[in-house]
Write a protein that binds this ligand. Structure first.
Ligand code: XMP
Length: 317
C-alpha cells in the first residue's frame, strides 16, 4: 500500500536512475510543491540539483529573505535572485489583470533563462507539478486555464528545451504534504496557504507602485500574523489582503483623512475551485482592523469580503 516512506524510497531510487550524474535546474517558489520536489531531487542527486529562487518584489513581507534562509538551512544548493526592480519596472502603468500576469510571466522567463544559462551543462528542468496541475492543463475547460492565465508561457526560452523531471506528477496535495513531512520538512512550511505566482500584483487593484506594494505587505503581514497568533491560520485554506483603488474619508484626531481602503479575504476550500468565505470571529476582525488602521500609514478603512466562489473568485483579479 502507498505510504510516504515507500514513495520517497522508490522515487529517490528512480530519480537516481533517470538523472544519473546530470544537472537539474529547479525554480523554487516558497510553496509546498516546489519545496518537496526539490528535497526529493536533492536526496537523489545532491549538489547536482541547482535551485533558483526569484524575488519578484511581489512576495509577502520579508518572505524572500526568510524562505531563502530556510532553504539554505535545508542544505539545498539554492541561489536567491532579487529581480524586484525588473518586475516592478515591467508592471509600471499596467492595470489590467491579465496584462499584469503576462508582464510578470515574461520577466520571470527572462530571469530564469538568464540564471539557468549560468549553470553549465544543465540537462534537466525539475518541476513541482502535481496531479491536479496535470489534469488542469490537459482539460479543455479547466476553469483556471480559461478564466485566468495561471501559467503564462509565451515563446520558448532555452530552459524549456531541457528534459523535464517531475517527481510529484502522480500526487495529490495532501500526499505531497505527507511526503514532505516524512522527509522532515518544517510543518509550518508544509502548512502554508497557497499564494499566487503573480503575488501581490493581483491583490493591488489598478496600477502597481512600490509604495502600494509596501502598504499591502504591511496590511497582509498584520492579518496573517494575527491569524497565526489566534490559532486560526490552519483553519483557513487561504487568506490575504487586497488593496482597493478607492480613497475614502476618515478622521484621525481632529484631522480629516482621505486614504486607501483594504479588503481582507479568508476562504475555506479543498482545491480552490469552489470556496466559501470564513466566518472569522468578530473580535478577531475588530482587533485586526484597529491594528491595520493604527499602524499602516495611508489606510483608513478595512472591509471583510463575504463573497463565495462561485460566483466571485478567490483573488480579486
Ligand atoms: P481564483 O481567483 O481563480 O483562484 O478563484 C483560485 C486559486 O488560484 C490561485 N491563483 C493563481 N495562482 N497564478 C497562480 O499561480 C495566478 O495567476 C493565479 N490566479 C489565482 C489563487 O490564489 C487561488 O489559490
Amino acid at each position: 500500500s502507498w505510504t510516504p516512506d515507500n514513495f520517497v524510497d522508490m522515487t529517490v531510487a528512480s530519480l537516481k536512475e533517470q538523472v544519473g550524474t546530470e544537472k537539474v535546474v529547479l525554480g523554487l517558489s516558497g510553496g509546498v510543491d516546489s519545496t518537496v520536489a526539490a528535497v526529493l531531487l536533492h536526496r537523489a542527486i545532491g549538489k547536482n540539483l541547482h535551485c533558483i529562487f526569484v524575488n519578484n518584489g511581489l512576495l509577502r513581507k520579508n518572505e524572500f529573505e526568510s524562505v531563502l534562509d530556510q532553504y539554505e538551512g535545508m542544505g539545498l544548493n539554492v541561489k536567491g535572485v532579487d529581480a524586484s526592480a525588473r518586475f516592478l519596472d515591467a508592471l509600471k502603468g499596467i492595470d489590467d489583470p491579465e496584462k499584469k500576469r503576462k508582464a510578470i510571466g515574461n520577466v520571470f522567463i527572462d530571469v530564469f533563462d538568464d540564471e539557468s544559462h549560468l549553470i553549465e551543462d544543465a540537462k534537466w528542468l525539475g518541476q513541482g507539478t502535481i496531479y491536479p496541475d496535470v489534469i488542469e492543463s490537459t482539460s479543455v475547460n479547466g476553469p483556471s486555464a480559461t478564466i485566468k492565465s495561471h501559467h503564462n508561457v509565451g515563446g520558448l526560452p532555452d530552459y524549456m528545451k531541457l528534459k523535464i523531471v517531475e517527481p510529484l506528477r502522480m500526487l495529490f496535495k495532501d500526499e505531497v504534504r505527507r511526503v514532505g513531512a516524512s522527509m522532515g520538512i518544517d510543518p509550518e512550511l508544509l502548512g502554508r496557504h497557497p499564494f499566487p505566482g503573480p503575488g501581490l500584483a493581483i491583490r493591488i487593484l489598478g496600477d502597481i507602485t512600490p509604495d502600494k506594494v509596501r502598504i499591502l505587505q504591511e496590511v497582509d503581514s498584520i492579518f496573517i500574523n494575527g491569524l497565526k497568533e489566534s490559532g486560526l491560520y490552519n483553519k483557513v485554506w487561504q487568506a490575504g489582503a487586497i488593496l482597493l483603488p478607492v480613497n475614502s474619508v476618515g478622521v484621525m484626531g481632529d484631522e480629516r483623512t482621505y486614504e486607501k481602503c483594504v479588503a481582507l479575504r479568508a476562504v475555506e476550500s479543498t482545491d480552490g475551485m469552489t470556496a466559501d468565505w470564513v466566518n472569522l470571529p468578530y473580535k478577531f476582525l475588530q482587533k485586526t482592523s484597529n491594528e491595520i488602521i493604527n499602524r499602516v500609514k495611508g489606510v483608513n478603512r478595512v472591509v471583510y469580503d463575504i463573497s463565495s466562489k462561485p460566483p466571485a473568485t478567490i483573488e480579486w483579479e
